[in-house]
Design a protein around this ligand. Sequence first.
Ligand code: 2P0
Length: 352
Amino acid sequence: MRVDHDAQARNRAGERATAAAATAVAHPNIALIKYWGKRDERLVLPRTGSLSMTLDIFPTTTRVRLDPTAENDTVTLDGVPVTGQALHRVTAFLDLVRRRAGSSRRAVVDTENTVPTGAGLASSASGFAALAVAAATAYGLDLDATALSRLARRGSGSASRSLFGGFAQWHPGPSTAGAAEADLGSYAEPVPVGDLEPALVLAVVDAGPKAMSSRVAMRHTVDTSPLYEAWARSSEDDLAEMRAALRRGDLHGVGELAERNALGMHATMLAARPAVRYLAPATVTVLDAVLRLRQQGVAAYATMDAGPNVKVLCHRADAERVAGAVRGAAPEAATHIAGPGPGARLLGREER
Ligand code: 2P0
């Protein structure tokens, strides 16, 4: 990579040095204690804290190149131009970065996703985490991991957790404080974990895009589900217990908590008016297979997000057996085995 002496001189002069381009990679995360519901839509402040495992598969790689002559941002996903609402979301996020950087330059954003987009497999988490790191670097913002987590949160709540590898907890921030203080208090950080060798077996029963985005579905759930407040309260207890189970390295405890928290979240959606139902017949078939594995003495526990796919938490040594049992029960399911993965990181920056 070429050394940019002008940029170094600007840095010495205390000026902001933008790069010509920056590239970052991030991995998706799967929540064991779910984020479902916002208390502030604009700032993406959640109702409850959540906790996830970052995966070591399905990375998203994003390059942000500043274009001084362009009048609009352009975005591609796997080489295909992004338009409409998805483009608007990226532009709004870049506006936030530009405001902080004091820049009006437009950007060319090229993203390569290795995970099906919009299928409840956390593509927005890896996507906005990679975008946050690449855009902050390209626009010359000097942010630490906490500040990057806060920034990624504004793109997509779950992205705040993908800044970190292993297990991460996203804090809701103080609920009675003003906007600025709440914004500062809402970020993710790594969670200490005892002796645990976990795997998540992803059972993809349908890789197509979901019928309703999680953003819309969670708003509808908060607004109309009589079960929502009860789940939100119990989720805070689940989160505290989850931290303790992780610290003990207690896979059974972690799994039980994850499964009950996820089923509770789906119960709030089923009680929404009208109901939001992401779970499909094949989902239930896989849940039955997970139960049978437990009856056979295998520590296997299920969690589901905003889609019909199931993620089965188990010991790494049991992952192949679990994947085989899932495919045996639901032959249409494709399985992927993931372990704890790395946090988001910069791959490189290109100077002018
Ligand atoms: C989670 N999900 O904790 C939960 C569980 C889906 C189910 O975070 O509106 O795409 O962009 O903040 O982060 C999906 O929601 O929503 C999600 P926005 P996001 O992983």
